[in-house]
Design a protein. Structure first.
Length: 302
């Protein structure tokens, strides 16, 4: 493979990435990959790919570059098979991005990641209950026993959902009906999981897709959505268990709207919220299926 072939293919790859990023931006499918707070980095990458692709394309008219004084030659591989196999590592992702950019995560991925719930384990139970006796053998140095942790300091060092979403916590305390939407989805579920007893008995409305844990009874599902903090790689399903015979009529990945009452139940030794079903019906899959974490940790009290 000749030098100008290498330059042409590299320019096509760079411009291909540029067009892919532009397509994702125009169609809104970029939100299937990153959270809105990452958009500044996305725009930066788009501009860089555009500049590098254009520069690489213009190099094709040059016969040879001037020596750079680095004491070695800048040569290109003459093996066509070797070169194409390397370039395919970049070409395939570009083509895949154009063909499958609308794909979103569903129940099959949720099974691998598992039903995600935010609970805080007690850290003060692992204390030393039996310190060594004072009748130590003479001349033998006994190991020092670490001081017991201060329970108050441990509790103050843990950031709970109530600390992260104080405004939403107050709203939920006064609402007669808890309504989940794109903006409060993650915060509401985290607060429900932290204090399910506090909100037990309240009416609730939630939308999401159907997901079943392998060890669920047939009358129980999770209705939830994937939450994204940074990018789709850190996505996890945020949802609430729903109990009722009506759920038998809905397959996994079906988008539904659930009306019911918040109750509590045990799952994997955790005390979690569960919706006692009042009504349920199928809805259209929303254009944006993910919800995003927008918490600003810098504003949390120290």
């Amino acid at each position: 493979m000749k030098r100008h072939h290498h330059i042409f293919i590299r320019s096509v790859i760079l411009l291909g990435f540029t067009l892919l990023l532009f397509k994702l931006m125009v169609t809104g499918n970029i939100y299937n990959y990153i959270a809105p707070k990452m958009l500044p980095y996305f725009y930066f990458a788009l501009i860089v790919f555009m500049i590098l692709g254009g520069r690489q394309f213009l190099r094709g008219d040059r016969e040879q570059e001037a020596a750079c004084g680095c004491n070695h030659e800048h040569t290109y591989s003459t093996s066509t098979i070797k070169s194409l196999s390397i370039y395919l590592l970049f070409i395939i992702p570009v083509i895949s991005g154009f063909l499958f950019s609308e794909h979103t995560l569903g129940a099959s991925v949720a099974k691998k990641k598992g039903y995600q719930f935010a609970q805080i384990e007690e850290t003060t139970e692992s204390r030393v209950d039996n310190p060594p006796e004072n009748n130590q053998q003479e001349g033998v140095k006994q190991p020092e026993v670490p001081a017991e942790p201060d329970e108050t300091s441990l509790e103050n060092s843990v950031i709970t959902p109530k600390d992260m979403y104080p405004d939403r916590y107050k709203e939920m305390g006064t609402e007669e009906k808890i309504m989940l939407n794109d903006d409060n989805y993650i915060s509401t579920i985290n607060l429900l999981e932290e204090e399910p007893e506090t909100f037990a008995g309240k009416s609730i409305v939630i939308r999401g897709f159907v997901y079943r844990e392998p060890n669920f009874p047939s009358s129980r599902i999770v209705v939830g959505r994937f939450g994204v903090s940074c990018c789709v790689a850190d996505a996890g399903i945020y949802g609430i268990m729903v109990e009722g015979e009506q759920v038998l009529n809905y397959n996994e990945d079906t988008w539904i709207e659930v009306h019911g009452t918040v109750q509590t139940a045990m799952f994997n030794d955790w005390h979690l919220p569960i919706i006692e079903l009042s009504s349920i019906h199928e809805i259209n899959k929303p254009k944006q299926t993910y919800v995003y974490e927008e918490i600003d940790y810098s504003n949390l009290e120290q």
